[in-house]
Structures are given as C-alpha cells and as structure tokens.
Design a protein around this ligand. Structure first.
Ligand SMILES: NC(=O)c1ccc[n+]([C@@H]2O[C@H](COP(=O)([O-])OP(=O)(O)OC[C@H]3O[C@@H](n4cnc5c(N)ncnc54)[C@H](O)[C@@H]3O)[C@@H](O)[C@H]2O)c1
Length: 435
C-alpha cells in the first residue's frame, strides 16, 4: 500500500464547458439532466456505475468508483458551450435527432437555457459547415482572449468552483504539426500573426490551459497533442488528454483484437466500413476531415497485435477503414467489419460484425466520465498528459511522446483502476498468485 494522495474535496459546482454543442454534447447534457431529475441510471458511465475491487479477492471490498474516489456529483455539474450553428442545447438535440421528443420534453426548458456562446470557427478547417455565430478579432490571439473572457464570465455567472473543457466540436481537417506548434513561444507568436496552421480547436485548448482549465479532446484532429500544449499544460499545472472518443467500431476492434492475440490466432485482414448520416458524418465526407479520423482509427491494431513481435501472425495485415455519409441513418450508424483470421495449420476463418449502434449514445457517457476524471486529476495535483484515461480514446496521447500508446481496452481499464487505487492509498490489483 502507498500513502494516499492529497486530493482536494469536490466541493461546490463544476462547470463542464463543451466547444461544439452538437449531437454528442446535447446527448450528454440531456442524459445528466434526466439522471438528476428521475434518478435514471447513467448507463455506460464507468465513473457512475462501475465497482472497483480493493485488496484480495476474498476481502469482499468492492465499492462503486464514485463512492471510492471524491468525484463531483451529477447535481453539481453546470454545462456551457460554444457553437457556430446551434443556438442552444435543446435546438442542438432536436437537430441531431438522437433523443426522442418524449425524453426531451421534461428537460426542455433547462436544455434551452444552455445557450451557445459564439464560436471561434474557421471554414478552412471544417469546409462542410457554414457557421454564423462566430467571433471576430484582429488576430487569433484576440480570439483566444475572447474565449478566456467567456470562460471567466461562465465561471462567475454560474458560481463555479472549478471548470473542465471537453472538445465535442466537429473533426477538423488533417494537418501535421508545424514549426509554429513546437513551443509556447512560437505558438503565441503564431496567434499574434494569425498563423494559418493554428486551428480553432487549438485556440480553445490554449484558452483553456491559460485559464487553468483541464482540456480533453474528443475529436481526432490535433488540438492538445502538440509540443506547445504539453509545455503549457506542464507550466500552468493543468491536466490534458486525447484524442477521439473510443466508441462504435474502434471500441469493438479494441475489445476483439486483444482476444485474438491472447489465443495466438493470426490475422490477415480487417475491413471496416460504416454508414453514418449525422452532421459528424457530413463533416467527415470531406476527404481532408476524414483523413484525421482515418489516421486515428488505423493506429489501434498495430499496437495491440505487435506485428514486430509476432510476424507470422500479424506481420502482413490489410487494414482498411471507410466511412460513408448516408443521410437516412442519422446518428444511428451501422458499422460492418469483415475480419479474416487464421488458426491451426494456417486454416482461414472469417468473422463478420454488424454493429447497429448509436454514436452519441455511446459517446455521451465518455464525456461525463472524462469531465469528472479530469476534474479529479486536477484536484489530485496532476498536470500534463493523463495516460490513465487512455481507456476513453481511440488514439491515446502518451506522456512520453516517444512511447507507443496502449490500445488494448482491458489493459487501459486496469491502468485506470490501478491509478485510482494508488491515489487512494490501496495496493494495485495485479491478479498474481492468490491476489
Ligand atoms: N459520436 C461518437 O461516437 C464520436 C466518437 C468519436 C469522436 N467523435 C467526435 O466528436 C465530435 C462531435 O461529434 P458529434 O456527433 O456531436 O458531431 P456534431 O456535428 O453533431 O457536433 C459538432 C458540433 O461542433 C460544432 N462546431 C464545429 N466547429 C466548431 C468550433 N470551431 N467551435 C465550436 N463548435 C464547433 C458544429 O457546429 C456542431 O454543432 C466530432 O469531432 C466527432 O468526430 C464522436
């Protein structure tokens, strides 16, 4: 057992700031309001519903995570956000069409009260959307300052003790990090010069970190996974993490692939295709934006299967990912996987997965958990990249950029729970011997 961490109590209100009041954001807000109102279980939320074993198997200590670590209570959450199109969370929910009117009716006035702040938005990064609730400024530094002013007004108007920010905005176009992203100094100069390589999500990340607000990135584009942001997070003592919520097909992939590997079954190919008809699907219909998603989705198999260690089993995998925008499906995505595996004496087999999922229903509990755990991390004195929250991301950021990320969802879950155990002065569970 270790000494428990000093963790400041979760007293007062926690403001959850969401850039991008779209399908995911409006679904998480509606779910929290419904849970508060009617006590409905927040299904899919590990922070709210999962238990954590403490000590040996026979000890019988298995509390809920939320009773074990000092998390903010759902009653203490206040939501806010920015959007260049949605006027408020109710309109966003209706546009997204994820939730039925019967579920929105009891919370409609509270949802309507969450009015979108004007966004920092640029069509160069999201060509399929035409935003009109958009901030203007002489340069990108002024836009960042306007966001910081929003953060402070939100904090004081809502009497928040603490804030967290989770990017739920559209996926931005794919770009490699440039010279402007290499240090705080170059980035700040870039803001002054309105450097073309600085995207809106990076301006939000900068504003959050300068406001000492933890920042998590739910989209696959570069935002806080840049040297300048890591330096700023360390300097200002703020936790960060990303990227891309792990839902749908990638969730299935990171559940199945560790199973194949555990049994030393080989893999020749994994073909994944999706049809999706929501605004996210429309944005991803642009090849530049899809590229961000593709890179994030393709990374998972290699690190789980370790082809360098197992060349006979995983040395030659054909991994293809497609997303097709198909409006009739709305948020109710369908993801098909054709998996070509092989076994004893090289005999081939196939597995077909047809996941009729609901994108935002899978993503909403992740936003809640990330908000609560990032707030916990800040109160525990953490700063910089929070690797223990890799569990939630398709393309997890590593604290040491030279190290590969961990994609196996079961290892990620163990890391999350062991981190909580250690912070609370409990022994990590290693499953060794009688433990
Ligand atoms: N739903 C999932 O399962 C899932 C999984 C992984 C990642 N994501 C990512 O989460 C994000 C949100 O997904 P969604 O389904 O809610 O999409 P959405 O299109 O419904 O919502 C995104 C919202 O962001 C707004 N927006 C765009 N640029 C903005 C900016 N600069 N500032 C503020 N707002 C901005 C848009 O107007 C839109 O309302 C997307 O990037 C998506 O790729 C979603």
């Amino acid at each position: 057992m270790s000494e428990p961490r000093q963790i400041a109590p979760a007293t007062g209100r926690l403001g959850v700031l969401l850039p991008g009041l779209g399908a995911v954001a409006s679904t998480v807000i509606a779910g929290v309001m419904t849970a508060r109102r009617s006590g409905e279980a927040p299904i899919g939320s590990v922070s709210q519903m999962a238990h954590i074993r403490l000590g040996s198997r026979g000890d019988g200590r298995n509390p809920l995570i939320r009773d074990f670590v000092p998390l903010a209570s759902l009653d203490d959450l206040v939501f806010g956000g920015w959007d260049p199109i949605s006027a408020n969370a109710l309109e966003a929910a209706r546009t997204a069409g994820v939730l039925e009117e019967r579920d929105l009716a009891p919370i409609s006035s509270d949802m309507e009260g969450i009015v979108a702040m004007d966004a920092v938005f640029d069509r160069d990064w999201v060509s399929r959307l035409d935003g009109f609730r958009v901030k203007t400024g002489a340069n990108k530094m002024e836009l960042a300052e306007a966001l910081m002013a929003d953060v402070e007004s939100f904090r004081s108007e809502n009497g928040c003790d603490r804030l967290v920010m989770v990017w739920c905005g559209s996926t931005e176009a794919y770009r490699e990090p440039g010279a402007v992203h290499q240090s705080i100094e170059t980035f700040e100069q870039g803001l002054e010069d309105s450097h073309i390589e600085i995207s809106p999500s990076q301006i939000y990340a900068y504003a959050a970190l300068q406001s000492r607000v933890p920042y998590a990135n739910g989209a696959p584009n570069l935002s806080c996974d840049l040297p300048c942001m890591i330096e700023l997070a360390e300097r200002n003592g703020v936790p960060i993490g990303g990227k891309d919520f792990k839902t749908g097909q990638t969730l299935m992939k990171t559940i199945l692939a560790p199973g194949f590997k555990s049994r030393m079954l080989g893999l020749n190919g994994w073909y994944s295709t999706n049809i999706l008809g929501n605004r996210d699907g429309e944005v991803l219909d642009d090849p530049e934006n899809f590229k961000s998603k593709e890179v994030s989705k393709l990374g998972v198999l290699d690190t789980i299967l370790q082809p360098e260690e197992y060349p006979q089993l995983y040395g030659d995998i054909s991994h293809v990912v497609r997303i097709n925008y198909y409006p009739p499906r709305g948020d109710n995505k369908e993801g098909w996987d054709n998996i070509d595996i092989f076994g004893w004496m090289g005999y081939p087999m196939q597995i077909k997965v047809d996941f009729l999922c609901r994108d935002s229903i899978l993503a909403a509990p992740l936003v809640l958990d990330l908000a609560l755990f990032f707030d916990l991390a800040a109160r525990a004195g953490e700063k910089g990249v929070q690797e223990w929250l890799s569990f939630y991301f398709k393309s997890p950021q590593t604290a040491d950029p030279a190290l590969p990320p961990e994609h196996d969802i079961f290892i990620q879950q163990t890391k999350l729970k062991n981190t909580l155990r250690v912070w609370m002065g409990e022994a990590p569970v290693t499953h060794s011997e009688a433990g």
